[in-house]
Design a protein. Structure first.
Length: 395
C-alpha cells in the first residue's frame, strides 16, 4: 500500500510546475485524473526529446496518472468536471491567471459542490499583489526572483540555473501544501484553497542571499562554484579535470592541510578559522590552485577519501546515471511506455520502509483513459460515451 492510496486528484495542470506536483502525488499512490484539451493535450507533449513520435519529456513528468480529454468549452464537459469534483479530494491547476474562473471552476464554485475539496493554484506571481495577472514561466521567475543574478561565473553575465528550479520548487511546495491540507482536513472536515506563487518559492530558497543583503548590506553577485560564506568550498582545476572540495568546518580544514602535505597552513593566522579564510580568500585561493594542479582528479580523490575530506569529480550526466552507487540506490527505474518503449526514469527520491513509491504506470497517451474514467468513476454507459464522442465533448 502506498501513502496516498484512496486520495483522488483532479489535475488541470500543464507543462511542468503543476504536472511535477501531481507526479509526486501519483507516485505516492494518489489516483491522478489528468484532464487535457482535445487533439493537442498538455503543451509539453510538444517538447522533445521524442521517440516514435512521443514526447519523453511529457512521459517522464506524467507517469502514474490517468488521462481524459475534455473540451472544457462544452457545457457537458463542464458537467462531467463537476461530477468528478464531487468524487475528488484535490484539484490542482496552473493555468494563466483567471482561466479557471472564466470556466466557472473557481475554488468558491468547487467548494460548494464539495466542501472537503483542497484546491491548489500555482501561478507565477500568486493570487494577490500588484503582479497577480502576469503570466509566469520558469525563466521569468528565475530572473525576477534574483536567482539568475547570483548564478554563473564571477563577474560574468546572469545565467539560468541548468534545471527549471522555478517550476520544480513551486511543485515541491505545492505538494507540501497539499499533504498538510489533507492532514488539516482530518481535524476540521473542511478543504481549503492553497495559493502557490513561483516567485514566493524562489525567494524561499535563496538561502543566505537575502541575509547577506539585509544583514551585511551586500548585493550578492555570481561567484562561479565558490560558496559565499565557506572557504575552501568550490571547484578547483586538477592536473586533468575539475574537482570539488568542500571544507565545511575548521576540523576539515586541518584534515585538508594534512592531506595535501601543507600542515603549516593549519595554524596560519590568515587561514586558521573559516571567517579568516573568507577574509583572506584572494590570498588563499592561488595557494590551493597551485596545490591541486599537481595531481590528477583520481589521485586527489584517493587521498581525500582516506583523509575524510569531502570531495568529488564534477560528473557529466552520463557518468552520474551510470555510477554504481546510483544504480545500487535504485533511484532510476525502468518503465515501459506503450509507444516509446523502455524508459529510465528517476522515481520519487523518498525511500519508505513500508509504503513504496515506485512508478506503477507510464504516462497516459492522449485521452487513453477517457472511457475508463467515465465508466468507472461516473457510471456512464457505452451509449452515453458514444454520444459524447459524436458531440466532440471528449475531443
Amino acid at each position: 500500500m502506498k501513502p496516498l492510496e484512496g486520495i483522488r486528484v483532479l489535475d488541470f495542470t500543464h507543462v511542468l510546475a503543476g504536472p511535477y506536483a501531481t507526479m509526486i502525488l501519483g507516485d505516492l499512490g494518489a489516483e491522478v485524473v489528468k484532464i487535457e484539451r482535445p487533439k493537442i493535450g498538455d503543451d509539453s507533449r510538444g517538447f522533445g526529446p521524442y521517440k516514435n513520435g512521443e514526447s519523453a519529456y511529457f512521459a517522464n513528468i506524467n507517469r502514474d496518472k490517468y488521462g481524459i480529454v475534455l473540451d472544457l468549452k462544452s457545457s457537458k464537459a463542464k458537467d462531467i468536471v463537476r461530477e468528478l469534483v464531487k468524487k475528488s479530494d484535490v484539484v490542482i491547476e496552473n493555468f494563466k491567471p483567471g482561466t479557471m474562473e472564466k470556466l466557472g471552476f473557481s475554488y468558491e464554485e468547487f467548494s460548494k459542490i464539495n466542501p472537503r475539496i483542497i484546491y491548489v493554484s500555482i501561478s507565477g506571481f500568486g493570487k494577490t499583489g500588484l503582479y497577480k495577472d502576469r503570466p509566469g514561466y520558469d525563466m521569468i521567475v528565475q530572473a525576477f526572483g534574483g536567482i539568475m543574478s547570483i548564478t554563473g561565473p564571477e563577474g560574468g553575465p546572469p545565467v539560468r540555473v541548468g534545471t527549471s528550479v522555478g517550476d520544480i520548487t513551486a511543485a515541491l511546495f505545492a505538494s507540501i501544501g497539499i499533504l498538510s491540507a489533507l492532514i488539516a482536513r482530518e481535524k476540521t472536515g473542511r478543504g481549503q484553497f492553497i495559493d502557490v506563487a513561483m516567485l514566493d518559492c524562489q525567494l524561499a530558497i535563496l538561502e543566505n542571499a537575502i541575509m547577506r543583503y539585509y544583514i551585511a548590506g551586500e548585493i550578492p553577485g555570481p561567484l562561479g562554484t565558490r560558496h559565499p560564506s565557506i572557504v575552501p568550498f568550490q571547484a578547483f582545476m586538477a592536473k586533468d579535470d575539475w574537482i570539488v572540495i568542500a571544507v565545511g568546518n575548521d576540523n576539515l580544514w586541518a584534515k585538508f592541510c594534512k592531506a595535501v602535505g601543507r600542515e603549516e597552513l593549519i595554524d596560519d593566522p590568515r587561514f586558521k578559522t573559516n571567517p579568516k579564510r573568507l577574509e583572506n580568500y584572494k590570498t588563499l585561493k592561488p595557494i590551493i590552485d597551485e596545490i591541486i594542479s599537481e595531481k590528477t582528479v583520481n589521485e586527489w580523490l584517493e587521498i581525500f577519501t582516506k583523509a575524510g575530506v569531502p570531495s568529488t569529480r564534477i560528473n557529466t550526466i552520463d557518468k552520474t546515471v551510470n555510477d554504481p552507487h546510483v544504480k545500487a540506490r535504485g533511484i532510476l527505474q525502468n518503465v515501459k511506455h506503450p509507444v516509446i518503449g523502455d524508459m529510465l526514469i528517476p522515481k520519487l527520491p523518498i525511500m519508505f520502509s513500508d509504503t513504496p513509491s515506485d512508478i506503477d504506470r507510464p504516462a497516459p497517451l492522449l485521452g487513453e483513459h477517457s472511457e475508463k474514467i467515465l465508466r468507472e468513476l461516473l457510471g456512464f454507459n457505452d451509449k452515453e460515451i458514444e454520444a459524447l464522442k459524436e458531440e466532440g465533448v471528449l475531443g
